[in-house]
Every structure is written in C-alpha cells, then in structure tokens.
Write a protein that binds this ligand. Sequence first.
Ligand SMILES: [Zn+2]
Length: 145
Amino acid sequence: MVRAEPDPPKWGQDNAEPWIQALLPMPVERIAAAGGSVLLVGGDPGLVALRLNSAAVRVGLYAQKWWGAKPVLVDETLVALPWARLPDDLGAAKIMMQHLIDAAIVARKARFFTCERCELPRPPEWLHANRLGPKPCQMCGFDTP
Ligand SMILES: [Zn+2]
C-alpha cells in the first residue's frame, strides 16, 4: 500500500507572520530569537506573546518577571498550534488566530490590579513592591518620598 505524502501546509512562519502581526494589539514588538524563531509581543503594557517557528505558532499570555531591574519575559504558552492545523482559507485562518489571541488577552487582563492611587488598571509586574498598606502601581509608588 502506497501512502501519498501529505501536501506541505499552506501556512508557515514566513507567509503567516505578516497577517498574524496585523491581528495583534498595537504596538507590536518583534524579537528575532535563537534558531530562527520569532517572538511577537502585542500591546504596551504587553498583553499577548506569540512565538513562531518552522513547526508551529505558540500563543501565550504576556507574563513578565523582574530579574533585578531587568524585565524578563516568562513563557506562558496557552496553545501550540502546528502550521498544518491552520485552515488554508485566509479568512478562516485569521478568525481562528484572532480567537486564540483574544483568549490570551482575556487571561492576561484578568491578572491586572487597580492602583489605589491613580485607580488605573495596571499589570501585575507594575505593583510597587516593598510597601505596606495601599497598593500603588510603580508610576505612583515612585513618587513617594
Ligand atoms: Zn498608580
């Protein structure tokens, strides 16, 4: 019995990145990573992080920790989607990706806290540490003498 080779997937890192980028919240930061993979971060503060490589696109929450004063991105992948699982049809592929991106954004925003000074929703890594009492964000916390 002869089994035909499957067709190569229509979508891959090179031809999908432009339209995937356009689905992300602005601004989009593009970081070329080791091994030819690409990291796309959407939003400021960051909301969603996508990692694209030759095999798959990984959709994850933007999550950041502090390494001293240096922000470090933490990998919180929600789903790793092999390129072959994206529909060939561009419209359907975009809708599918948009749902995955939106899911990551919802999960990320659910972690925000409300600053007790400026009363703005702020990402968890902006919580001003080393303080008792009210919870200010770093913008407000740094004003304190
Ligand atoms: Zn604040």
